[in-house]
Design a binder for this molecule. Sequence first.
Ligand code: SF4
Length: 260
Amino acid sequence: MTSLPRGYLSHSQVRLYGECPQKYYFAYIEEIPVRVNEKVFLGEIFHSTLEEYFTRQINGFCADEALTVAVFREAFTAQGKERDIDWQVSQRETLARGMAFIKYFLAHIAPKLKPLMVEKELSAEIPEIGVTLKGVIDLVEADFGIIDFKTTTSKWSANKARNSLQMIIYKYLFDRNFGNVHGSLKYEILYAKNAARIRHQSLEVIPGPEDIAQMLHLIKHVADNIRAGVFYPQANHFCAYCDFFAACRKKNPGLLTAKC
Ligand code: SF4
């Protein structure tokens, strides 16, 4: 029986296994390295900039907008040189879009927030299914509301937020660590294809009465399959964009014939 490769499950692991068990195998068992594209890179720098911004506030310093914009620009430029990024959109355009996201955040979102904890890592043992679950919450507000920030190119559907496994996992982890304090669960989504027109959605997630039970059922299913070595390829419309397309084609020559 295989043990869980990291010793725990997280939302990203459960999501990846759900997309395709073999993709999970390549990422977490074989640990085949993949290049980060500019969208993921921008999201990482955006989140690290917000972490610094909120940490300053939590530690009693005034919000400094010029400093925050400079922090973003410097981190983007320095890491853009150091790391091997797959620039599908040019570095210059991506920097401009990221700067526009940060300026929008500072002008329209940040003034309404009261940060209590930032990038809060939480874990909980789930003895009934023998799994440790972990997650990192972007922001917990003073009223115990949980916020996750997204940077993307297009608008989310309301359903995507409503059916969010990620937020149910965060709520479960938060309640297990701090008790059920009934804070809100919200996505703050910044989206734009370029720097010219930044848009924003604030989508609240209201958990249903069965959501936690369904989440635990799903996590048990994924953990049982990983431990049993169940990693079948699940070909889908996104195979052409899969980071492991070449490895998959080699392992399953009859499954995929063209990268279209
Ligand atoms: S190419 Fe498709 S079937 Fe193969 S690992 Fe990726 S998602 Fe799964």
